[in-house]
Design a binder for this molecule. Structure first.
Ligand SMILES: [Fe+2]
Length: 417
């Protein structure tokens, strides 16, 4: 048996293809980087053809098609309490789209159990990044086993056949889907794929799957495939889909810990591009930028105002998931798991005297943690499931007539976004 396992150290690249090669390659082992040998992955020594289905495909017994309330057509900022959404089921069946666009979808999943034994999922239409707000487990795919934990991103390329096993009683995911590959922002890297010296992310700080012994098993192995805008079709393979001895290439799932986004501080305000971790599509013409707001020192210039100014995005919808409530500019409004949706052309800012209070935050670090996504030329819509958990008073939360909790001491920090 030839065993070839390649775990690249560079992020996957666009224009992905996935080949299954049902033959043994005459190489004992492959060393070195394949990062730029091709933007694809190849299965090595697949025991059975992946086209083999033992029963006709059928409509899945669930779907992930978003629905929209009539109110979605009224332009306004939204605040969704995702922490108050219920838990239950597995990682896929508990997935609830909360905002949806033609190219991007954001969902919340709060599973309490692993996927049923020997069942699998494949997103056939969009690439995925999970942000793990809580819980832990293992994403098992044909690329191997990829453990995850709280506060990490799990990037899963479109077409990956996988299952999610929990190692905690429950988990909480923010799931980002894009029709485009989701990758580290390319301007952080040189043409050899190495992070430049000022990059806040480093390509060697990803975690890659460990390939276990191949599974040469016959039986019935259902794969629920997402396609056609959230429809699910169940196909049933007659062999275990992980019946490969190895893989090579530059396309694979990986984990990136949000704490490995190394924040950059300056004496004056640092704008969101320095918070960018991932991007998707042809930025800034399509797709999105995904930012990690990690703790950094606020600007320390004597005239610095750490609070952001009122602004709106001309070509972007701005989506923000608050991993904790330590956001001075919106203190008293957000809680853990708050998700704000600011459509382009709707301004936002700190409320009340937050800008004045922020002067005390110069040069101080706060324990904020948040994930932000800015779309490019794509209008998102709140879904019925997101609308059901909205903060009905949010659009009024900037009003001076609305009571807000006071910021606490040194806990203030600028959201920048
Ligand atoms: Fe903003």
């Amino acid at each position: 048996m030839v065993m070839i396992v390649k775990k690249g150290t560079v992020p996957p690249t666009p224009h992905t293809e996935f080949y299954a090669i049902p033959k043994v390659l005459a190489r004992e082992e492959i060393h070195g980087s394949y990062g730029f040998s091709g933007a694809w992955s190849r299965k090595v020594h697949v025991r059975f053809y992946p086209t083999e289905q033992v029963k006709p495909p059928r409509k899945g017994d669930f779907d992930l098609v978003p629905a929209f309330p009539p109110e979605a057509d009224v332009l306004q900022p939204y605040h969704i309490f995702t922490g108050r959404m219920p838990s239950g089921d597995d990682a896929i069946r508990s997935r609830r789209p909360i905002v949806h666009g033609t190219r991007t979808t954001l969902s919340i999943a709060k599973p309490t159990e692993s996927m049923p034994k020997d069942t699998f999922f494949r997103n056939g239409e969009r690439h995925e990044v999970y942000f793990v707000q809580d819980g832990g487990g293992v994403v098992r795919s044909e690329y191997g086993d990829l453990p995850f934990r709280k506060d990490v991103y799990v990037a899963i390329p479109k077409g990956t056949t996988y299952r999610v096993d929990l190692t905690s009683p429950k988990a909480w995911f923010l799931v980002v889907e894009s029709i485009y590959p989701i990758n580290f922002a390319p301007h952080y890297f040189n043409k050899e794929g190495q992070a430049t010296l000022m990059s806040p992310v480093v390509e060697t700080e990803i975690e890659t799957p460990e390939l276990p012994k191949f599974k040469d098993e016959r039986g019935e192995f259902p794969v629920d495939v997402k396609h056609g805008g959230g429809k699910i079709t169940r196909i049933i393979l007659g062999h275990h889909p992980f019946d490969l001895a190895g893989w090579e290439g530059a396309l694979y799932p990986f984990v990136f810990d949000i704490k490995r986004h190394h924040g950059i501080a300056r004496e004056i305000h640092t704008a969101p591009p320095m918070h960018q971790t991932f991007q998707s599509g042809n930025v800034p013409h399509s797709g999105f930028s995904l930012c990690s707001f990690v703790p950094v020192m606020a600007g320390w210039h004597p005239l610095e105002v750490p609070a952001p100014y009122a602004h709106f995005n001309v070509d972007s919808d701005e989506l923000m998931f608050f991993c904790n409530p330590f956001y001075g500019a919106r203190q008293g409004v957000v809680e853990e798991g708050s998700f704000t949706f600011h459509p382009g052309s709707t301004p936002h800012s700190p409320q009340g005297k937050a800008a004045e209070r922020s002067l005390a935050a110069r040069g101080k670090v706060q324990g904020r943690l948040a994930v932000m996504l800015d779309t490019y030329f794509e209008s998102m819509r709140i879904t019925t499931q997101g609308y059901a958990f909205r903060d009905p008073e949010y659009v009024l939360s900037w009003s001076e007539n609305e009571p807000h909790a006071e910021a606490k001491g040194e806990g203030w920090e600028s959201p920048s976004a």
